[in-house]
Structure formats: structure tokens, C-alpha cells
Design a binder for this molecule. Structure first.
Ligand code: PMP
Length: 407
């Protein structure tokens, strides 16, 4: 009898997906906390505030109404799609119709749908690094090729058109833009956004614009939307957004993509065969969030502004650490190369991944090493926590460094 070739248990495509490093670090820190260890976690990418009460109350009521116990249309409740179109006009100035909106299970799902819908086998996607860890993995899942375009701390981690030109090939299909950025907190100003818009037009590329941090901008920074700056880009733009960061609603899983109608039609077909609609009750909560005032995010912003100043100062006070001032979101991205190759209680880390282990093991502080964002030598600190915890956590790292010795 012929022997059958052994079939691999896990498909190559899924076997090649890396675990989300940010979620992994956060899970480790939460597990230590659950065991009673006093860990300060700078890993989480979520606001520490509760969802505003008015939103939770609408959801609680919605649970009791049988109308919400059923499926909604795949693309979302018509009222929510309209609320998203209206909110987009209000906040970024982009005019879209409800038929250009697909409601998804969070912004992450909108990103997955976008790449799955637009990126064909071997198509190249330009992703400035440091990048949010999901982008390259979601491109690979679609069969595309993520192409990292490095930025520098000196340029405020903003991609330059001259760099983009170096990575452009006949296979380049799409460019990923996120401002404010996760993990760097960088925000592109008007002139920089205009330059990018011109370059995209000149090269006839698609753009996915991730606008999830649009309201979290500090000082006189502003989040510009590319198709608003250059309306001719509209036909090849996908906007990704969601309620997670603006309304402290990470757990509710409501996001959306906005795109030309043919793209939304194709993405809706995909969603109809995968996840169907987003939870009905969560959609009702999202309508309340979007139709209500922006006063809660304004309050969060005041707290984040103070925390940003504190963490920026404390990090730069540590010898060997350089941290540019974040302009948006709630992340500080610091260069930690000066802390490597030192002796920490007998351990000498040579990479920031190893350093993050030392900091978690010895100082009980969780940070996400730059390896997770394509840039070893750095680490991301989320400052979505109280000022006391920021002082305690960075203070612990400062003590650890002060007690280390050079080798
Ligand atoms: N884009 C960026 C840049 C993010 O940081 C996040 C959350 N960490 C998301 C999208 C997705 O958020 P969610 O899926 O929770 O809506």
C-alpha cells in the first residue's frame, strides 16, 4: 500500500503569522498581576478610562429590546452607517455617503478586510517603520508583500518622499498612512500631508489611512485626512477608524472602513462569509457614542497631555535614553540602545527584546520592545495610566539602570 505524505497540521499561511507582541506582553503583565505581583504595565494600547456612562446605558437598554437580538445587515445598521458618514464630515471634513461605510469588528478587522479586498498575490504594500505590528501580518495574510520603509528619530519618525521613492516598484499597490501614529505618536503636519498626497497621486497608488487616533493630538498638532487634502485621492482611499480610542470602547469591538462603493461591496461580500455583522448591541452603543458630544475625549486629552509631559521628562532623565516628544496618540517611543550591553544583576542584554525581559523580571515593568514594530533598539511606552503609576514604573527602570554596571 502506498504511504500517504504527511500533511502539515497548520497551514503555511497561518503558520507564518506572528503573534501580536503587544497583546502578548500585555497578557504576561496581566498574568503576573493576577498572581499578586505588583507590575506596572506600559504595554496596553487602550485608554484606562471607562466607557462614558451615557453610552453604556444605551447598550444596557438595547439588550432588553428583542429587535437587537437578531442579525443586522452585514454592512451594519443603516443608522450607524449614517452616523459614521456624518461624524466623518464633522471631524475630518471628508464628505461620504452611508453606502461607502462598512461596520467591522473593530479597526483591526477593518484593516484585515481592506488588505484582503485590495491586495492581490505578490502586490507590495509600503509600510513606514516603526509600524503597528498588525499591518505587515495582515498584508501577508492577504498574500501580499509588506515593504518596510524606514524612518528616523531625527525626522520625527515621519516617512520622507525621497525614501518612499527608493522602495517603489511596478508591484507597489498601496501605502499605509497612520497619523497620529502607533507606536511613535508622530503626527504629520499639513505640508507633510500635502507632499504625501502629491506623491500618491503622481504614482497612482492606493492608500489606507488609519485615523483611529484622530482626536488624540496635542499642542497645535492636527490629524489631516489625505483625501480631504487631495480630493482626487478619494477614488483610491480607504479610511479605517473606530470607537475604541476616542470613546474608551476597546472592548466593544466596533470599527469601520470607508471606501469607494465597489470596494465596500466587495469587502461586504467577504464579511458576509466570515463574521457577518458586528454585535447589534455594540452597534447601538456606537451610534450613541458618535451622535453625542466629544466632551469625554476632550477630558481624556487633558489627562493624556499631563501624562505625556511627565513620561517624556522621566524617560529623558534616564542616562542612555532618548525620547522625542509624542505629538499624538498615547505612546512614547524611546531609543534604549544606551541601556544595552550593561550588567543587570548578572544578565547582559544585547537586544531590546532581552532588555524588556530584564525590565519585566527585575523591575516588574512591562514595555514593548522595538522588535515588535520593526525597529530594534527602541521600546514603546503606553501612557494610558495614572501619573502615579507612570512615576512608579519609570522610576523603577531608572533605579534598575542606576544599579547596573557597564561591561
Ligand atoms: N489602528 C491602530 C494604529 C491601533 O493602534 C489600533 C489599536 N491598537 C487599531 C487600529 C485597532 O483598534 P480596534 O481594533 O480596537 O478598533
Amino acid at each position: 500500500m502506498e504511504t500517504q505524505p504527511t500533511k502539515q497540521r497548520i497551514s503555511t499561511r497561518i503558520g507564518n503569522v506572528a503573534e501580536s507582541a503587544t497583546l502578548a506582553i500585555d497578557a504576561r503583565a496581566k498574568a503576573l498581576k493576577a498572581r499578586g505581583v505588583d507590575v506596572v504595565g506600559f504595554g496596553a494600547g487602550e485608554p484606562d478610562f471607562p466607557t462614558p456612562q451615557r453610552i453604556a446605558e444605551v447598550a444596557a437598554k438595547a439588550c432588553l429590546d428583542p429587535i437587537n437580538h437578531r442579525y443586522t445587515p452585514t454592512a451594519g445598521l443603516p443608522e450607524l452607517r449614517q452616523a459614521i458618514a456624518s461624524k466623518t464630515k464633522r471631524d475630518s471634513g471628508l464628505e461620504v455617503s452611508a453606502s461607502q461605510v462598512l461596520v467591522t469588528n473593530g479597526g483591526k478587522h477593518a484593516i484585515f478586510n481592506t488588505f484582503a479586498t485590495l491586495v492581490g498575490e505578490g502586490d507590495e504594500v509600503l509600510i513606514p517603520s516603526p509600524y503597528w505590528t498588525t499591518y505587515p501580518e495582515a498584508v501577508k495574510l492577504a498574500g501580499g508583500v509588506p515593504v518596510e520603509v524606514p524612518t528616523t528619530l531625527e525626522n520625527g519618525f515621519k516617512v520622507q518622499v525621497s525614501d518612499l521613492n527608493k522602495y517603489l516598484t511596478p508591484r507597489t499597490k498601496l501605502f499605509v498612512h497612520v497619523s497620529p501614529s502607533n507606536p511613535t505618536g508622530a503626527v504629520y503636519n499639513l505640508a507633510e500631508t500635502e507632499e504625501l498626497a502629491r506623491w500618491l497621486m503622481d504614482n497612482d497608488l492606493w492608500v489606507m489611512s488609519d485615523e483611529i487616533y484622530e482626536h488624540l493630538v496635542y499642542d497645535d498638532n492636527k490629524a489631516w485626512s489625505l483625501p480631504v487634502i487631495e480630493p482626487r485621492l478619494s477614488d483610491k482611499s480607504v479610511i479605517v477608524n473606530g470607537v475604541a480610542k476616542t470613546y474608551a470602547m476597546t472592548g466593544w469591538r466596533v470599527g469601520w472602513m470607508i471606501a469607494p462603493e465597489d470596494v465596500i461591496g466587495a469587502a461586504t461580500n467577504l464579511q458576509s462569509q466570515s463574521t457577518s455583522n458586528v454585535s447589534n448591541v455594540a452597534q447601538r452603543a456606537a451610534i450613541e457614542a458618535l451622535e453625542g458630544p466629544l466632551e469625554d475625549v476632550a477630558r481624556m486629552k487633558i489627562a493624556f497631555t499631563r501624562r505625556r509631559a511627565l513620561i517624556h521628562k522621566l524617560l529623558n532623565d534616564i542616562p542612555g535614553v532618548t525620547c522625542p516628544k509624542p505629538e499624538g496618540a498615547f505612546y512614547a517611543y524611546a531609543k534604549l540602545e544606551g541601556l544595552l550591553k550593561r550588567d543587570y544583576g548578572g544578565v547582559v542584554p544585547t537586544t531590546t527584546s532581552e532588555l524588556a525581559e530584564v525590565i519585566l523580571d527585575q523591575a516588574r515593568v512591562a514595555i514593548v520592545p522595538g522588535e515588535a514594530f520593526g525597529t530594534p533598539g527602541y521600546a514603546r511606552f503606553s501612557y494610558a495610566m495614572g501619573e502615579d503609576d507612570i512615576s512608579k514604573g519609570i522610576g523603577r527602570i531608572a533605579d534598575l539602570v542606576a544599579n547596573s554596571t557597564s561591561v
